[in-house]
Design a protein around this ligand. Structure first.
Ligand SMILES: Nc1ncnc2c1ncn2[C@@H]1O[C@H](COP(=O)(O)OS(=O)(=O)O)[C@@H](OP(=O)(O)O)[C@H]1O
Ligand SMILES: Nc1ncnc2c1ncn2[C@@H]1O[C@H](COP(=O)(O)OP(=O)(O)O)[C@@H](O)[C@H]1O
Length: 183
């Protein structure tokens, strides 16, 4: 992403006396990120909210970062081209890292089709505190659900953007994720 504002090299890291370990002791939990990835309609938001509610019931402080919700604010300037999705996931990865550092159980629910983007997020966290969950639902099932009518729009060619060309990849997935997704 290009910017007209020059990057500053005069930036320093400030440590605070209260650290992650102190916050974790206070909350009696270990900060982590549960990253849910999968096709639109595969059940990511449902799982994220169910997990969030279950953790809350058990007295754990959890917070859900959902793709649709973040695209209303922090990421509202981004679309669905590969570079926009990469920037979307990069920003979310940074936010999730902060939440985990705050001691929260952060549940991130994003299509996040590109493995390299998810790996970049994993690399921001210490070992074992980035837990990836792939909702391995078939395109047929997701399309049959189609709660937002997105698959219908893609079939009708009404979702904009050039599809990624490959015979191996179903046409519809090209529109929705532009790449053979996931593991
Ligand atoms: N063209 C196209 N492709 C895919 N998704 C679309 C598109 N247009 C809008 N939407 C809606 O945006 C939600 C996906 O946002 P994400 O931030 O999770 O996508 S990504 O991780 O950047 O790929 C996604 O949410 P879910 O359906 O819950 O996955 C859709 O509601
Ligand atoms: N485990 C499940 N079994 C049956 N239906 C489900 C399940 N999880 C989600 N759904 C339904 O599938 C649709 C898509 O779920 P949603 O969580 O919005 O998916 P996503 O966030 O991946 O787009 C919704 O109508 C939801 O009620």
């Amino acid at each position: 992403m290009s910017s007209t504002v020059p990057k500053s090299s005069n930036i320093f890291w400030h440590d605070c006396p209260v650290g992650k370990t102190d916050r974790q002791k206070l909350l009696k939990q270990k900060g982590c990120v549960v990253w849910i990835t999968g096709l639109s309609g595969s059940g990511k938001s449902t799982l994220a909210c169910t997990l969030g509610r279950e953790l809350h019931t058990r007295g754990k402080l959890a917070y859900v970062l959902d793709g649709d919700n973040l695209r209303h604010g922090l990421n509202k300037d981004l679309g669905f081209a590969a570079e926009d999705r990469a920037e979307n996931i990069r920003r979310v990865g940074e936010v999730a890292k902060l939440f985990a550092d705050a001691g929260l159980l952060c549940i991130a629910s994003f299509i996040s089709p590109y493995r390299r983007d998810r790996e970049s997020c994993r690399a921001l966290l210490s070992d074992g505190s980035f837990i990836e969950v792939f909702l391995n639902m078939s395109l047929e099932l997701c399309e049959a659900r189609d709660p937002k009518g997105l698959y219908k729009l893609a079939r009708a060619g009404k979702i904009k953007g050039k599809p990624y060309l490959s015979r191996k990849i179903p046409y519809l997935i090209m529109f929705l994720v532009r790449e053979l997704p996931f593991p």
